[in-house]
Design a protein around this ligand. Structure first.
Ligand SMILES: [Zn+2]
Length: 349
């Protein structure tokens, strides 16, 4: 088996550009609104469902004064109030918002979009694959229940998996006004803000890049410390791991060295530079996981997905994972095995 302990330590996480955002990662709480550039602000949004966490959204002002909100956060009233207060501080109001550009379908990014559309009259923009996933969430959930039955997790875990990863899973129901594809320019006056299709975390995940301002909004595709989960959206018929690695490669080539390096505005944690190095570290992390999966397949005779996952290194170990996080770990395990071309070695294959 691969000895995880003998591997070189991963590189240190990128240095925060916002000290106050980095402090809230350690200490909790919400960071204040920050001006990222002239006419670009970050706003922190709290989670719903009693979860003590937050996401980062961004307000971008066009040359005509109209505002675009990238990722309006979870759909709780406090977040709309928070956005309204943030806009008032920069002499704007909710009525100035005319576009809500959403990186992906998760509740902490898309959840607040409907309420913001109602309050402002703004249009919601999503990648077409994300809209399709929202439409297919019932059939996707049924297929996920079948995955869970095949994975071979112990009984009590199976029930929790169905509730959180299978047919019990909840996604916001939203119909976008504008469907985006790779390379589309957002309708923001005076700015060349482009959508990049970066599937992996979800199948229709978008990043937004404004090269002139050296800004890239990465949603949950690239985060400074967290290793983003993969395949957490609709079923795409592709391997989310393969998609994710290709999307990370795009980040490596998108970034430039030196003073023109892109500043990353992620959906969580803190802003940073060093996109290329961070994307390379995420690629290396996936290579480690693939080696773990290969070693487990070498050691076991027709294992279940569960048995392969048990031998892979998860922070805290597989037994510390439950519900949604366990579902994500087992799905990832299967995708790593498939990407190795060894899916036929699994039990039930
Ligand atoms: Zn998120």
């Amino acid at each position: 088996m691969t000895d995880a302990a003998s591997r070189p330590a991963p590189p240190p996480p990128p240095v925060p550009l916002s000290r106050v955002q980095a402090d809230t990662v350690r200490r909790g709480g919400l960071p204040p609104v920050e001006e990222v550039r002239h006419g670009v602000w970050s706003v922190a949004f709290e989670f719903g469902d009693g979860i003590d966490d937050h996401s980062l959204g961004y307000v971008v002002e066009g040359s005509d004064g109209a505002l675009t909100v990238i990722d309006p956060g979870w759909g709780v009233d406090a977040n709309l109030d928070r956005l309204e207060a943030a806009l008032a501080d920069v002499d704007h109001s909710l009525a100035d918002v005319d576009l809500i550009a959403v990186t992906h379908l998760h509740a902490d990014h898309l959840g607040g979009a409907e309420a913001l559309r109602r309050a402002s009259g703004a249009r919601i923009a999503l990648h077409a694959a994300e809209q399709r996933a929202l439409g297919e969430r019932t059939s996707d959930a049924t297929a996920a229940d079948a995955d869970i039955a095949r994975w071979g997790a112990p009984g009590h875990d199976q029930e929790a998996l169905v509730a959180s990863w299978g047919s019990g899973r909840h996604l916001p129901a939203v119909t976008a006004d504008l469907l985006l594809g790779d390379g589309d320019v957002l309708p923001v006056a005076g700015r060349l803000l482009r959508a990049l299709h970066t599937p992996g975390h979800t199948g229709g995940h978008l990043s937004f890049v404004e090269p002139e301002q050296r800004l890239v909004f990465t949603g949950d595709h690239v985060l400074p410390r967290i290793n983003p989960g993969i395949g957490l959206g609709g079923r795409t018929g592709t391997n989310p791991l393969t998609d994710y690695l290709a999307s990370l490669d795009r980040m490596v080539t998108l970034d430039v060295a030196g003073p023109d390096a892109l500043e990353v505005c992620p959906g969580h944690e803190y802003r940073f530079t060093g996109l290329r190095e961070r994307a390379e570290a995420l690629i290396a992390h996936r290579a480690d996981r693939s080696r773990d999966a290969a070693a487990a397949l070498d050691a076991l005779d027709r294992p279940t997905v569960w048995q392969v996952a048990e031998r892979m290194s998860w922070s805290g170990g597989i037994s510390s994972l439950h519900g949604y996080r366990l579902g994500s770990a087992l799905a990832q395990t299967e995708w790593h095995v498939q990407a190795l071309g060894r899916a036929d070695e699994l039990r039930g294959a």
